[in-house]
Design a binder for this molecule. Sequence first.
Ligand code: MIC
Ligand code: SF4
Length: 644
Amino acid sequence: MGLTLAEKILKAHVVDGEFKKGAEIGLRIDQTLTQDATGTMAYLEFEAMGIPRVKTDRSVAYIDHNTLQSGFENADDHRFIGSVAKKHGVYFSRPGNGICHQVHLERFGIPGKTLIGSDSHTPTGGGLGMIAIGAGGLDVAVAMGGGAYYITYPKIVNVKLSGKLQPWVAAKDVILKVLQIMTVKGGVGKIIEYTGDGVATLSVPERATITNMGAELGATTSIFPSDEITRSFLKAQGREDVWSEQKADADAEYDEIIEINLSELEPMIACPHSPDNVKPVSEIEGMKIDQVCIGSCTNSSLLDMMKVAHILKGKTVHPDVSLAIAPGSKQVLNMIADNGCLSNIIDAGARILESACGPCIGMGQSPNSKGVSLRTFNRNFEGRSGTKDGQIYLVSPEVAAISAINGYLTDPRKIGDMPEFTLPEQFDINDNMVALPSDEANMNDVEVLRGPNIKPFPVTTPLDSVIDCKCSLKVGDNITTDHIMPAGAKILPLRSNIPAISKYCFTVCDENFPERAESLGKSIIIGGSNYGQGSSREHAALAPLHLGVKAVVVKSFARIHHSNLINAGILPLTFKNETDYDLVNEGDDLIIENVIDCVKNDAQMVIKNKSNGANIEVDCELSGRAKDIILSGGLLNYTKEKLN
Ligand code: MIC
Ligand code: SF4
């Protein structure tokens, strides 16, 4: 039996474990990326491991999230990351150079290689035919040190594309369609592999839009083949030498098949507050809007900007609408400046933002109260925009731009013929905002610059044999990491300071949680299904760790957050019977006995609810390695023990 493309790349990189479905496999990692909001922790962790130089083929540190410098904190973090990167052999993409995923696609990604990044949208690299996976900072630190990255051998879903997108229907509509079919938890434990005749009709940036937002399916990653289209993209980036063909065997077998005829798709929209709450635009067309934001790692490529500029040319943004645009990289911004598109955008009245994440992570541009905001981004979780009652809708750049002019949600197919937008044969290449690492011989001359906001990694302790404490919080289904550890302009500057950021943990759900958890000393959190969906931020585990959370008991977990809890030494448990969720309430006194024995020997773990007498069976499904990590009190302790 032949292999799928994902399996071929995985197989070529397996360094530990048996290569069979469902088993845990350790992968050799060729490239890593970090961004600034998760990067400071990742480099503190790397330093704590005591390995002098990174051992990957290429590691890149980006600054793109915390670019609003309203105090010293973010600038200090940028300086820390720049200096620590230089010392240890990491390329440093300076603020202004662009969003990590966009820049990595343009300048560093290589077909057939593995990439892990401390950001959940790292699968963008799948658009080039890479296995690119989002992970916690600690996992990235270990990979930089040459350690393997562990995943469960996933199921492979084949999304077969046929036909061709009709004018004004976009790559964004493809992934919104997939989200409508699979939902935000449908991809957990799966890789989404795109095949079929339709693939050849999509450019690399369009493929990258699709793999990027595959993160919203909860998938391990998504991947396209690397073909002649990929070759011309890399050639235009001056990197044809790194191209190789990557495709599935003709007789590859998939676990699931989804067929999508591109010709039949229409413009789609994800409604508040979930990326899978998808409808055709035509169903709610005419909805009045207050704001439009175009950009983010999903939709900020040169092609996206050129389409937007074409729509805006000679028009004016509607008087009731604020339009903000952030091109994805310095390369994109430079090229639209050179080809005149930027001038059309400025002329129309758009507010030009720097090439960074910006409003996507609540770094400015929060909409007005109850404001309706159309965004080309990938997440519309409640509160993420910075306005609690903001109504965020996710659409393609085409829908966003035409709606900004009209003042209401508009189906772009109405605006007549679409001109051909093709990628240039040569991009504008200037890597002057990527600082090179020091030579190994000179690394000791590089001083690592630490600001006062940078606090050490929290101390973890080996697993307790008895967990005897209260339930400090009970939450429902689909809790996102934006609920657990909110971001935004006010809180993000505290990413290097766990004690300070912990004061905001879960405040979206319950303002009193941090104080309550801290005063309890230790506690357990109860949750529903798909707990921890969304970002890779390990702060969603480190803040609960700091607040004394010993175990999280839920109906099911999202992949990256599950690993982050293990890495932080917090016990991740699932209800054996989901209905037992009803047997625990906030404030109940709980006890779990023989914890170490149950973890080591896979014995049935039971939570006794002393408040109502219920005995609740819970599962602790961990691989052998994950058990050792939990027993050691987290990945850092485990790695140090191994290195010693
Ligand atoms: C996001 O889109 O939620 C982020 C901000 O990029 C996160 C990383 C973070 O929280 O720093 C992600 O996607 O992993
Ligand atoms: Fe940045 Fe938004 Fe992309 Fe996250 S999803 S990396 S915040 S642009």
